[in-house]
Design a protein around this ligand. Structure first.
Ligand code: NIG
Ligand code: FE
Length: 416
């Protein structure tokens, strides 16, 4: 049955091209005031002024939902590590005592300290835990999320993580796109020999993941003490041969060359970008690589430095925003908080931040043709917030302003 969402004070449509938005185009929201959205069969049938949409032939018979707020495309959180067994509270205590991410790793914390519990966890409990986390995403207005493996770092446990993403999908309307991140860190079995581990990932884990179609993307952490730029390009090119699209964790802790290495492999996105310089930025722009910024992780790590969003936008690189939800650097799933940090600490405008969290996030997941904009024919993924003006979303922070989340035309939050 069709649903007419009306009483929308401001509707952000991002009407226009399906591709990623760069430069001034990131500020073109396609705003409609006093608006309505008509959905039918999971698809946006009409979106525009209340007066125009209510004249649509399906509007008469539709169920009407009066929302009294603003409406945006549901957030597309294009970078999360949502499968993990336990929080890292020991790391947190060390950090509050002054230790850096690198200090914590050297003391035996960090990514490797997450693998014990993940390897021990049963598949069903892992999938159930992920489905429960998905509820938190939906209630904050996120309708699509990428989910990475990378806390197992063995064939069996990486497969278990990706199968948990696949199987959790049956229990949640949150759409999840899986990424193989077996190249997240070097596990104890290969300690001191990153290349031997990467060879194992390439020859054993990657083919199995591809054969079972368990991942859409392959990702690698390119950083001192993890994997080099040369290993990054070679690995991502190999992954592409198996049909996995490339992503890279790059320039998070230092300027190490991961962004250029990712761009050289045709990466869809290079994520973090805290320490990028002119040549990294040019490489992204020339390769059509999206810069996915994760400023809530800078906030959580208490860093003074944030990614240079203004420079990226000025240079014409499409910018996406995501949470990076994970137990080590960002225990936050709320994209509204990410908007606040992006505006306050990265100098993004609310328009750019919302574009980065919707249209450009969808493009960073290769689904910009069906998700991220509210125009006829697009998937009806909508988020409604209790506000009069869309800028309030990035202005108020620390809470949840979401009123209603719609996924593929169904109201999925709140559930009565
Ligand atoms: O994106 N940098 C690598 N990966 C994650 C952190 C993972 C962890 O510490 O558990 C990130 O920040
Ligand atoms: Fe990450």
């Amino acid at each position: 049955m069709a649903i007419l969402f009306t009483g929308i004070k401001q509707l952000i449509t991002f009407a226009g091209d399906a591709g990623p938005r760069a430069g001034a185009a990131m500020r073109e929201t396609g705003l409609v005031k006093n608006a309505a959205v008509l959905v039918n069969d999971g698809i946006v049938e009409a979106a525009g002024t209340r007066a125009a949409v209510s004249r649509h032939r399906l509007a008469k018979k539709a169920r009407t939902v009066e929302v009294n707020g603003i409406c945006l495309p549901g957030f597309v959180d294009s970078h999360t590590h949502s499968v993990f067994a336990e929080p890292r509270l020991k790391d947190f205590s060390m950090r509050t005592a002054g230790a850096s991410y690198q200090d914590i790793k050297a003391a035996g914390g960090g990514i490797i300290s997450s693998i014990g519990a993940v390897r021990a966890q049963g598949h069903k409990s892992m999938a159930a835990q992920l489905a429960a986390r998905a509820v938190r995403f939906l209630e904050c207005g996120t309708t699509t999320a990428e989910v990475k493996s990378g806390y197992g770092l063995s064939l069996e446990s990486e497969l278990k993580m990706l199968r948990a993403v696949r199987d959790a999908q049956a229990f949640t309307p949150l759409e999840m796109l899986p990424t193989l991140l077996a190249a997240h860190s070097v596990p104890p079995e290969f300690k001191g020999d990153a290349q031997a581990y990467l060879d194992h990932v390439t020859s054993v884990i990657l083919p199995k993941v591809a054969a079972e179609k368990l991942a859409v993307f392959a990702d690698i952490f390119c950083e001192k003490g993890y994997f080099t730029p040369e290993q990054t390009t070679a690995y991502l090119k190999e992954a592409a041969r198996y049909g996995l699209k490339a992503k890279v964790h790059s320039e998070q802790l230092s300027n190490y060359g991961g962004t250029r290495a990712g761009a050289a492999a045709g990466a869809v996105s290079a994520d973090h970008a805290d320490h990028v310089y002119a040549e990294d930025i040019a490489a992204m722009r020339d390769a059509g690589t999206i810069a996915t910024l994760l400023p809530a992780s800078n906030y959580y790590l208490g860093l003074a430095k944030y990614p240079p969003a203004r420079e990226l936008i000025a240079e014409g690189v499409p910018v996406a925003l995501a949470t990076d939800f994970n137990p080590g650097t960002c225990p936050c799933w709320n994209m509204q908080f990410v908007l606040s940090v992006a505006c306050t600490h990265c100098g993004m405008t609310p328009e750019e931040a919302i574009c980065a969290a919707t249209v450009n996030g969808a493009c960073a997941l290769g689904i910009g043709d069906r998700v991220g904009r509210i125009v006829p024919g697009m998937q009806a993924d909508l988020a409604f917030f209790a506000a009069d003006d869309y800028r309030e979303l990035a202005y108020y922070f620390g809470g949840n302003q979401n009123l209603l989340t719609v996924k593929k035309g169904n109201i999925v939050y709140p559930i009565f």
